[in-house]
Write a protein that binds this ligand. Structure first.
Ligand code: FAD
Ligand code: NAD
Length: 356
């Protein structure tokens, strides 16, 4: 039986080949997968070093060589030759070259990205726009986060952040620009925060290391739902941005999409104006703001996440409709929320909690 397992694992392992013309090098990767798409391919080409990673379920296939002179499951990486000379080999294989291992065993890979803009969102939250280097091809999938790395006082510090879009899908054109070059991050700057203080001190044109994406959210969970309910607390709103965009622009089976957005005060609400506009523009979408420390003139809902608030706002559009509830915020918020949802009769499969 062991033999059978070993040979089938080998059969599943991708392979690669390469060929050339006078001006191009083409590396072909046979993934043996039917559902390939751009989000599953990450390529970095810098300092004569090529790293191509293909994500296949929970596995990762890597092509990694050095010294290079700059949907049937076939991935092609095409490189322009610097000089039109014949290559005798693709390059010296590096440590991870031609390996197919568990994604979690691969380790994070970082590339330096340039800070190109910093825009205020609220009194303490900013939208950072980072630019990927020229030799990098990377798309952060909906529901996934990246890690940022900085050296602070001589020590490497790493924190996770969830890329957003430059805006919500308000235009009547297609979804907001995802050009594969820029990564947008909405980040709250904490006055005593180690990492966010250092981030806030970055100047336009400075560089910061950004990792490959990570996370276990599956878009297919949305594609089979009729009601999508999003519970966000503070910057827990960030994973909801791409999710909202995907749901409203690409999922036709959804009947209702509702965001229940918990914040401390009115001033803390992220993209309030855009959310209200989106609710006006798309009749499937509804937003509810709930404040835990409102000022006296707040006429809306107030309180912290509770069973009674959730029973009031989390509802199926029909008695038997298929629902997906996504929740993200401070850890106690998320943990309590999941428990209340279970108490209200929602199953584990209907709930997705965003965590590290
Ligand atoms: P620290 O030095 O760790 O903390 C300093 C002080 O800041 C604390 O004493 C506290 O007062 C305050 N503080 C710090 N962290 C928190 C917290 N988590 N909740 C409440 N108060 C806190 N943040 C974003 O702004 N945008 C994102 O898109 C985002 N995505 C994330 C994705 C994942 C998967 C996870 C796990 C976290 C995400 N975070 C996000 C939070 C982020 O990773 C950091 O925890 C945050 O930026 C604080 O880092 P810091 O070093 O500045 O604060
Ligand atoms: P915040 O302090 O502004 O609070 C946001 C809301 O959560 C408020 O309504 C507040 O009342 C409520 N809240 C805070 N603490 C609570 C508690 N103990 N119990 C119940 N409700 C509580 O939040 P923030 O500073 O914007 O922090 C957002 C949090 O979201 C951070 O902890 C961050 O790490 C997390 N986050 C996680 C992910 C992820 O895991 N994928 C992504 C983004 C943000």
């Amino acid at each position: 039986e062991k033999k059978v397992v070993a040979s089938s694992a080998k059969d599943l392992s991708p392979s690669y080949d390469w060929f050339q013309t006078d001006s191009l090098i083409t590396i072909v990767i046979y993934t043996k997968q039917k559902d390939m798409n751009a989000e599953l391919v990450i390529v970095d080409c810098q300092d004569k070093r090529l790293r191509g990673e293909i994500i296949i379920d929970d596995h990762s296939y890597l092509v990694e060589v050095v010294n290079i002179a700059e949907k049937v499951g076939k991935v092609e990486i095409v490189l322009n030759k610097k000089d039109n000379i014949h290559w005798k080999m693709l390059g010296q294989p590096l440590e991870g070259h031609n390996t197919f291992i568990k994604r979690t065993d691969r380790g994070l890979f970082y590339r330096k990205c340039k800070l190109v803009s910093k825009t205020e969102v609220t009194h303490d939250t900013k939208l950072f726009c980072l630019m990927l280097p020229k030799g990098t091809l990377l798309h952060v999938p909906t529901g996934q986060h990246v890690y940022l790395k900085q050296i602070i006082a001589g020590t490497e510090v790493v924190k996770p952040y969830t890329p957003v879009l430059p805006s919500l899908p308000l235009d009547f054109q297609e979804s907001p620009h995802q050009d594969g070059v820029h990564i947008y991050l909405m980040i709250k700057i904490y006055s005593h925060g180690l990492f966010t203080q250092a981030l806030d001190h970055l100047q336009i044109g400075d560089y910061i290391s950004v990792s490959n994406p990570e996370g276990n959210f599956k878009k297919s969970q949305v594609q089979t739902s009729e009601d999508l309910l999003l519970l966000a607390g503070g910057t827990g709103f960030t994973p909801m941005v791409k999710l909202l965009n995907f749901a409203l622009t690409e999922v036709s089976c959804l009947r209702t999409v509702k965001l229940i957005f918990f914040n401390k005060t009115e001033d803390d609400i992220l993209w309030r104006n855009q959310l209200e506009q989106l609710a006006l523009k798309d009749e499937r979408f509804e937003v509810q703001f709930i404040l835990s420390q409102p000022s006296e003139d707040w006429v809306g809902k107030q309180g912290k996440i509770s069973s009674s608030l959730l029973s009031e706002f989390v509802k199926r559009s029909r008695r038997d409709s298929k629902a997906l509830i996504c929740i993200c915020g401070p850890t106690p918020f998320t943990e309590q929320g999941v428990q209340y949802l279970k108490d209200l009769g929602y199953s584990q499969e209907e709930i997705h909690a965003f965590t590290a």
